[in-house]
Ligand binder design. Structure first.
Ligand code: DSN
Length: 420
């Protein structure tokens, strides 16, 4: 059995893991990946991540390490840093965070003390756990003051953000989202942060690829610090990065190491360098714009089929829809969709009357299907399939028929990174 499609070593050494990876390759190949935070890394990125760079310890930073033998690793990390810096026009970059949550923890460590007040978009409104949610360390160690979205249009209420900031004078103000289909007003966040003397931290984990590709405004000129994962719209390896103003460079670097982490994952650093090189191309700019264009077409098609979309639509890569009027729940809908080969996730919607474990909404997005080259015609087909599944989540025959149709469609749109 060709397992990693290129190297029989794993199949010989560990047939069970080899078989499971093979099964995942087939799953990723034959289904429509709609989770908006997922994507397909290129073969080149995967190859960098599967390299011997994984064997090396390199605590510290280029030319200031605590282990010898860094003549190659220093160059890898410098390339990653320089490429990301150039892509975003950032003053300073750290590519060592293991992922988005550790990157955000490093931001706290750089700027806050336990007990400080922080503000972020509440999780039920589309914010991230690490922006102060009660069950996260960010809600346990800091005094969290969440802001929300307006009931009428489910958009972030900048008047509320300003009023809460004036009242609570946060040390740190997050501008970033994980389930929000609209653009953020970076200038308005900057003006609020300035008014109350807060550090402005932008978390662009979901949209960093859109920012690089010019399909979403950049927070870099506005924010003191910008955090991101590297595996979502950026299309890199699982990892994290922090961009900041020069004046904060040493605070951020010290927070990541030695404050929070030990040795960086050099294989991921190399993957980030490769992804940054890929993201510097015109093809990537086109990709980023196509992600947004596909999302708008998919949103309009769902809306035309009677789905209530949170905020009424999208202007990024993400769509959140409410299935209450369709007579089902987010969990039942997402599970039925997954059985039919449409893999999204159930998600709370703003002011959701249901509990987070079985909420009213489903979250989908277009980054991965756009990486496969799908366009407007496929968005219409996907909307039709979603509509069919959600109309009868328990209809297994219908789900199986759609899964077969989707596997057939996928044959015409090879997923980057997958050779089988
Ligand atoms: N887990 C990511 C997402 O799915 O949006 C955020 O960290």
């Amino acid at each position: 059995m060709a397992t990693l499609e290129r190297d029989p070593a794993l199949a010989a050494a560990d047939p069970e893991i080899a078989r499971l990876i093979h099964e995942e390759i087939i799953r990723e190949r034959d289904t429509i990946r709609l989770i908006p935070s997922e994507n397909y890394a290129s073969r080149a990125v995967l190859e960098a991540c599967g390299s011997v760079l994984s064997n090396k310890y390199s605590e510290g930073y280029p030319r200031k390490r605590y282990y010898e033998g860094q003549e190659v690793i220093d160059q890898v990390e410098e390339l990653a840093r320089q490429r990301v810096q150039a892509l975003f026009g950032a003053e300073h970059v750290n590519v060592q965070p293991y992922s988005g949550s550790p990157a955000n923890l490093a931001v706290y460590l750089a700027f806050c003390k336990p007990g400080d007040t922080i503000m972020g978009l509440g999780l039920p409104s589309g914010g991230h756990l690490t922006h102060g949610h009660a069950v996260s360390i960010s809600g346990m160690f800091f005094k969290s003051v969440p802001y929300g979205v307006r009931r009428e249009d489910q958009r972030i209420d900048m008047d509320e953000v300003r009023a809460l900031a004036r009242e609570h004078r946060p040390r740190l103000l997050w501008a970033g989202t994980t389930a929000y289909p609209r653009q953020l007003d970076w200038a308005a966040f900057r003006s609020i942060a300035d008014e109350v003397g807060a550090i402005l931290a932008a978390d662009i984990a979901h949209i960093s690829g859109l920012v690089v590709g010019g399909a979403h405004p950049s927070p870099v000129p506005f924010a003191d610090v910008v955090s991101s994962t590297t595996h979502k719209t950026f299309r890199g390896p699982r990892g994290g990065m922090i961009l900041c103003k020069k004046e904060h460079a040493s605070a951020i670097d010290r927070a990541v190491f030695p404050g929070l982490q030990g040795g960086p994952h050099n294989q991921a650093t190399a993957g980030i360098a490769v992804a940054a090189r890929e993201a510097s191309t015109d093809a990537f700019k086109q990709y980023a714009h196509q992600v947004v264009s596909n999302a708008k077409v998919l949103a309009d098609a769902l809306s035309a089929r009677g789905f209530r979309l949170v905020t009424g639509g999208t202007d990024n890569h993400l769509i959140l829809f409410d299935v209450t009027d369709k007579g089902t729940t987010g969990k039942l809908a997402a599970q039925a969709m997954a059985r039919a080969g449409l893999v999204g996730n159930y998600n709370s919607i703003p002011f959701d009357p249901r509990k987070p474990f079985d909420p009213s909404g489903v979250r989908i997005g277009t980054p991965a299907i756009t990486s496969r080259g799908m366009g407007h015609a496929e968005m219409h087909r996907i909307a039709a399939w979603i509509d069919e599944v959600v109309a009868a989540p328990g209809d297994e025959a219908r789900g199986a028929r759609i899964a077969a149709e989707i596997a057939e469609l996928c044959k015409g749109f090879p997923a980057p990174g997958i050779l089988l």
